[in-house]
Ligand binder design. Sequence first.
Ligand code: GTP
Ligand code: MG
Length: 175
Amino acid sequence: MIEHKIIFTGSVGAGKTTAIQSISEIPPVRTDVLSSDLTIGKDMTTVGLDYGEISLGETERLRLYGTPGQERFAFMWRILAQGALGVVILVDHTRPDPLLDLALYLDHFKALIRETACVVVISKMVESHSPLLEDFSEFMRQKQMVCPVIQADVRDREQVLWILDLLLVQMETRQ
Ligand SMILES: Nc1nc2c(ncn2[C@@H]2O[C@H](COP(=O)(O)OP(=O)(O)OP(=O)(O)O)[C@@H](O)[C@H]2O)c(=O)[nH]1
Ligand SMILES: [Mg+2]
């Protein structure tokens, strides 16, 4: 069995825990607790990690790790990034400054992104609001980071599988 470690990271509430829950074949490991921070707009937040698994055929398995979104847990980001072969960065479009959010995770995971593969996923996208999808793509180009930028609803299993497909294509083309 060949196993690849994949990281889901990105802003608070962008859907890292939800994405892993949508596709995991095992009951996901979650470390969500009631949040004391009323500004994040939901009751629970991840304080350790999420973990799930999905197999690809009979010979390959993806180990899916979700990071906490809050920057105070950045030490966990480094721990979780070790040995990963790809990273999915989720950006909640409804937060005050989604480009700034993206910049934060690009910066923290830049070594992983340059050495492995990356997909940027805009969640909760309100298409009439800026930044537009092409603004995110342009932002990536300016940073000279080559990753597809898509919008998706990670509550939908099919869409999360599509994200993984895109990531696997990146992984293959960079080998
Ligand atoms: N309306 C809408 N809701 C979404 C979408 N994607 C995810 N959600 C919801 O947004 C919330 C995301 O919460 P989590 O999955 O806990 O987010 P997280 O990224 O793990 O957050 P932290 O662990 O706190 O950093 C869930 O309630 C989802 O149902 C979307 O595209 N549209
Ligand atoms: Mg979470």
